[in-house]
Design a binder for this molecule. Structure first.
Ligand SMILES: C[S@@+](CC[C@H](N)C(=O)[O-])C[C@H]1O[C@@H](n2cnc3c(N)ncnc32)[C@H](O)[C@@H]1O
Length: 279
């Protein structure tokens, strides 16, 4: 599995959904209130996990713009959403689906948001959301994005932003060195300039507050145990690969850590959810 393969996103989807911070989601739903229709952009939408988690809770009529630079993931999202829906109609770029009593129209928008951040705001919106996306972007990108968001007085619901905390059980002597190297890799350019990585939620909060937003955050950790063995193993593999690229940990130490971690009995990975409302 590579970085954002459909297989990796499918493996994490049920864990992502159960990890969402309930209080923050209640704040979002209070904002939704009696609205009959919402128009939403989902940044870095991958194969549509964020939509599958949120759409059943939102108003009966919804329009989604699923935005990603990866065309294969957008195609995968289209297939996965039509398979999940009770009914669907449409073609490659725009579909209509019914999920129980909800009617959704969806646009699949292929856009490199690093190069064309303005693409987010090309059409009228009520809400911007993203899942596991903001740790990829740079502080400079966050500043520009928040300026445009604030100019349109749009709320932001950004969930599952990695916060840099990891606790593996049982502990391993290389944990601290591996985590430090992993964070160094997290800060590398992921296409948007030096990535915010574990600082992303704090950077986002500061930028939004500068524009007068009221920002709430809450924890949404992955709590993984024996039944999540395949996700634990993939996570360990991905971390080890990132650490190898940094060259900061001796190769034999990386291998010893990976062997132990594939068999870890539990692991907690910290994330932060954020909901921000304009003044
Ligand atoms: C960790 S995945 C999260 C996917 C999805 N939101 C989810 O929760 O399953 C990050 C997503 O950001 C997308 N992405 C990365 N760089 C991007 C860019 N420059 N423009 C648009 N999307 C990008 C990736 O293709 C991937 O789908």
């Amino acid at each position: 599995m590579n970085g954002f393969s459909a297989e990796w996103l499918a493996l994490r989807e049920p864990i992502d959904h159960r990890s969402i911070n309930e209080e923050l989601r209640a704040e979002l739903l209070a904002w939704v209130g009696q609205r009959a229709h919402v128009r939403i952009a989902d940044l870095g939408s991958g194969s549509g996990s964020n939509l599958r988690g949120l759409a059943p809770l939102l108003p009966k009529s919804q329009h989604w713009r699923l935005m990603d630079h990866d065309e294969a993931l957008l195609d995968h999202a289209n297939l996965a959403i039509t398979a999940w829906a009770d009914e669907f109609a449409g073609d490659d770029d725009r579909i209509s689906v019914r999920i129980k009593d909800k009617k959704l129209t969806l646009d699949f928008v292929q856009a490199d948001l690093a190069d064309e951040p303005a693409a987010v705001f090309e059409e009228p919106l009520d809400l911007v959301t993203a899942a596991a996306f903001f740790d990829l972007v740079s502080e400079e990108w966050v500043d520009g994005f928040c300026r445009e968001l604030a100019a349109r007085k749009l709320p932001l619901y950004a969930v599952l932003t990695y916060d840099g905390t990891e606790t593996w059980t049982p502990p391993h002597e290389a944990d601290a060195a591996m985590l430090a190297a992993f964070h160094a890799h997290q800060g590398r350019d992921k296409g948007f300039g030096p990535a915010a990585g574990p600082q992303a939620a704090a950077i986002l909060r500061r930028a939004l507050e500068r524009h007068g937003y009221r920002v709430s955050t809450g924890d949404s950790p992955w709590l993984l145990e024996a039944p999540n063995r395949s996700l634990i193993a993939e996570l360990a593999k991905g971390s080890a690969a990132a650490v190898r690229e940094t060259g900061q940990v001796a190769p034999e130490q990386v291998e010893a850590w990976l062997t132990a971690r594939r068999e870890a009995s539990a692991c907690e990975i910290g994330h932060i959810d954020l909901f921000a409302l304009p003044a």
